[in-house]
Design a binder for this molecule. Structure first.
Ligand SMILES: Nc1nc2c(ncn2[C@@H]2O[C@H](COP(=O)(O)OP(=O)(O)OP(=O)(O)O)[C@@H](O)[C@H]2O)c(=O)[nH]1
Ligand SMILES: [Mg+2]
Length: 401
């Protein structure tokens, strides 16, 4: 890690007037936008169904896991009575009401009708995983809930039983947090459920029980069990929808880094190939499309929609700064043996270091710590320093003996 001070100095170095505007090539921002749009459409949308009685905390869970205000996820389309569909590019939520009291139709039949309606919708709206939400103060599942879980299972949908609003109480002696005795009993009933009347074992085909809360009893804190909930949801997602889920969720950043690193590796290799015959610094712009494509893809992994969020001017400005011609020129004097041309090693290192910097910037935007509208001004703080580039060159040498 380089210190903040070091970073600033290096940035200043890269921003010397001679490196700027006058010699800056016109950057075509198309590869950036195209790669972003293509990656977004390739990853597709993750669709979750969330079922539970009114007020159990469904919307709060969605907000906590996906970082979207339910009401703002998109206009909820009342698909049919009791069913709403909310979506944006990467996430679709089927919000299904428990069941209507007093309805002449039994709950399982109602749900079957809802599932049929959903199955007739387009392919990119089909449910991958279901969170069946039950208030954790319940003492058992109602027969209606059991019938509905069976209905979901029969439709081939994996169900996570989410117990909501769990109260974790600190034991005053041990200091450990635990749930109430009643909830422990509920959970053990769920593990080997029996019929209320006959006491005979029954089957409830859910995959996992997860205890969650969005806050503690004082209305504070980050919540419990949400990490487990996203891990289980990923496990149960169909193979070709796992990436869409990794993108849609906001709790697990390492998943996104794992997706972004291979994108950086591919771009760094492509840059090295493009500079296999060393390129004069003045022609460093040949690396621009490669780097911009990489950045557009990484932005998609962080669920950032560049086109609607950045003005064309900001994008072009960013492109000029990012694609590293200014960077290359000021660095090259310092890189031993580089002279005035960019060789494969330097192209590789510059691209890899740029990718890492961009990844960190995207993380900041994604977590709401940085305003996307300000990234052109902020990029200097994330642009790779001379040391970052040297480090990448060294790593590359170690990797290729
Ligand atoms: N104590 C506590 N309250 C919660 C928790 N989660 C949600 N709430 C509160 O419970 C109420 C209902 O939460 P929602 O997320 O709106 O529930 P919902 O299931 O979406 O409700 P409907 O949309 O009406 O069906 C709100 O006042 C929340 O603030 C939790 O984990 N603990
Ligand atoms: Mg709600």
């Amino acid at each position: 890690m380089t210190s903040g001070n070091e970073k600033k100095e290096n940035t200043k170095m890269a921003m010397e007037p001679e490196d700027h505007a006058a010699n800056a090539p016109d950057i075509d921002d198309q590869p950036f936008l195209e790669a972003n749009a293509q990656a977004k459409s390739r990853y597709g949308r993750f669709n979750l169904a969330i079922i539970g009685d009114s007020g159990v905390g469904k919307s709060s869970l969605v907000n906590a896991v996906f970082g979207r205000d339910w009401a703002h996820v998109g206009k909820g389309l009342p698909v049919t009575r009791g069913v709403q569909y909310y979506h944006d590019d990467s996430l679709g939520i089927w919000d299904i009401e428990g069941f209507e009291i007093g309805s002449p139709m039994p709950p399982a039949e109602q749900l079957r009708a809802h599932l049929k309606t959903i199955s007739e919708r387009p392919a990119n709206q089909q449910i991958s995983v279901v969170w069946y939400c039950v208030h954790s103060s319940s003492d058992r599942l109602t027969s209606a809930a059991i019938a509905m879980i069976r209905e979901l299972d029969a439709a081939g949908l994996p169900v996570i039983l989410v117990l909501t609003k769990v109260d974790w109480v600190k034991n005053p002696i041990t200091g450990k947090r635990a749930v109430t005795k009643d909830l422990e009993e509920f959970v053990s009933w769920l593990e080997s459920p029996t019929d209320g009347k006959t006491k005979q074992p029954i089957v409830i085909p859910y995959e996992r029980v997860i205890l969650t809360s969005n806050r503690d009893r004082h209305g504070k804190g980050k919540g419990h069990g949400l990490g487990e909930l996203v891990a289980e949801t990923l496990t149960l997602s169909p193979e070709d929808e796992k990436d869409a889920f990794r993108i849609a969720q906001r709790l697990n950043l390492p998943w996104k880094r794992e997706m972004a690193r291979p994108v950086i590796a591919v771009a760094a290799s492509a840059a090295a190939a493009a500079a296999a015959i060393p390129v004069p610094v003045a022609d460093a712009a040949i690396l621009a499309p490669i780097q911009l494509t990489m950045m557009g893809r990484i932005a998609a992994i962080y669920d950032l929609e560049l086109k609607s969020m950045l003005s064309p001017g900001a994008l072009a400005q960013l492109g000029v700064q990012i694609t590293g011609q200014a960077l290359a020129r000021s660095f090259l004097k310092l890189i031993p043996g580089a002279g005035s041309v960019i060789g494969a090693g330097v192209a590789f290192a510059l691209t890899a270091a740029t990718g890492e910097g961009w990844l960190r910037l995207c993380e900041q935007v994604h977590t709401g710590k940085l305003d996307l509208a300000k990234i052109a001004e902020t990029w200097g703080r994330y642009a790779p320093s001379f040391l970052d580039v040297i480090r990448k060159m060294t790593e590359q040498r170690i990797a290729k003996p």
